[in-house]
Design a protein around this ligand. Structure first.
Ligand SMILES: Nc1nc2c(ncn2[C@@H]2O[C@H](COP(=O)(O)OP(=O)(O)OP(=O)(O)O)[C@@H](O)[C@H]2O)c(=O)[nH]1
Ligand SMILES: [Zn+2]
Length: 372
């Protein structure tokens, strides 16, 4: 049954009182700081105050760090070709940016109500690694990727280094913490397995349906959290019906042919941009942008999920050769790169409705999904 349940090492990410904090601890504190609105002090670099959440309401700065996509939308002078929409760009204006004026610069979903901005210009960024790390930390924290740079009046900053980021997403740190029988409506013969890692506080789960067997390749569904679709029955996407159909397909195998299935429920809402940013993307979709454009316009990647974490979960469950329910070849490729053998891709297309037709067309036409 895979690796036995055992607790995380008690000292993970913690060092003796006199030693410097570990990278895991600093990365976790940096994400926490952004969510709380506290500034980050980059080792050998600037202090960055997150525009969306900052609590230092009187703060101001001469420069702002934003995404290339946002800089392009703001029609900035000197702006390089924005090949990577979520790449960092440093901007300056005629006068300092006060925090309240910075939010409409940061949030494209507010553009319709705030048409007049600028003029701004892009200025030389000679701390690109720290800038990229800051935007990535913003994505992980689920906030807008925008910062005041070396602000006045920002309060005490939380120290972080570019190299700390790798510790945060280290899939090897994931552990099974507990498991329990969980009869569900699709199958009474199911068990839930819960995972944790030291730095990333998101708790992923797997649902195993049927009897695990080394002789049979499991039917696996890698499902990413979608609060709107999974819980509220949103018609804008296909997540809810896909989740339901996956559980029933696994239950069917278990019941009729002695097979088994694994549903990975990954807490990577909005393909890794978080619930709030996904809802901002929905606002942009209501203004006419498609899924990919909406994410890019926010300065966020259109695919930001951490597939090595999913592979690690499968490895811990002892399911390293699988049949994968998906229409997305990139998912298959990402799992294979992370060490999972996908012996078969099992199509997982559900009927469309008028609200998700464009979303599904974008998946097919722009994201390479194999949909009919
Ligand atoms: N950013 C963003 N995320 C979305 C949107 N609609 C759905 N999602 C997220 O997309 C994820 C669903 O993806 P999945 O169904 O697991 O996978 P997929 O890559 O579409 O491929 P399949 O396996 O074929 O379904 C969930 O995390 C949803 O929250 C959207 O408009 N914008
Ligand atoms: Zn969804």
């Amino acid at each position: 049954m895979g690796e036995a349940v055992r607790p995380c090492p008690a000292d993970h990410g913690v060092r003796s009182l006199n030693a410097a904090p570990s990278p895991e601890r600093r990365a976790a504190q940096a994400v926490d700081a952004l969510r709380h609105g506290w500034p980050l002090a980059f080792d050998g670099g600037p202090t960055l105050l997150p525009v969306e959440t900052a609590i230092a309401s009187g703060a101001s700065a001469g420069r702002m760090l934003i995404s290339a996509a946002r800089a392009t939308t703001l029609k900035l002078a000197n702006q390089r070709d924005a090949a990577v929409p979520h790449a960092p760009v440093l901007i300056a204006g005629g006068e300092d940016f006060a925090l309240r004026d910075a939010l409409p610069i940061a949030d494209p979903a507010l553009d319709l109500g705030n048409p007049l901005k600028g003029p701004f210009k892009a200025v030389t960024l000679d701390w690109e690694a720290a800038a990229s790390a800051a935007l990535e930390l913003a994505r992980i924290a689920g906030i807008l990727p925008a910062f005041l740079v070396d602000p006045e009046g920002a309060g005490e900053a939380v120290p972080v280094a570019v190299s700390d980021l790798a510790a945060y997403s280290h899939a090897g740190a994931l552990r099974i913490v507990t498991r329990a029988r969980l009869p569900v409506s699709a199958s009474e013969d199911a068990e839930i397995v819960a995972f944790r890692s030291a730095a990333d506080l998101r708790e992923h789960v797997a649902l195993i349906i049927g009897k695990q067997s080394g002789d049979r390749q499991p039917l696996v569904r890698l499902h990413s959290e979608c609060l709107t679709g999974d819980i509220l029955g949103s018609l804008k996407c296909d997540c809810g019906p896909q989740l339901d159909a996956a559980l029933h397909a696994m239950a069917h195998e278990a019941r009729d042919s002695g097979g088994w299935g694994v549903l990975l429920y990954m807490r990577q809402e909005g393909r890794g941009i978080g619930l709030i940013n996904k809802l901002r993307a929905y606002r942009l979709q209501d203004q006419g942008f498609d899924t990919v454009e909406a994410n890019q316009r926010l300065g966020l990647p259109d695919e930001a999920r951490d597939f090595p974490v999913a592979a690690r979960m499968l490895e811990l469950l002892g399911a390293t050769t699988i049949r994968l329910l998906t229409n997305n070849p990139a998912k298959v490729a990402a799992l294979q790169v992370a060490g999972i053998t996908v012996s078969e891709r099992v199509p997982h297309q559900l009927p469309e409705n008028p609200h998700n037709a464009r979303y599904l067309a974008t998946k097919r036409d722009r994201s390479g999904h194999l949909l009919l």
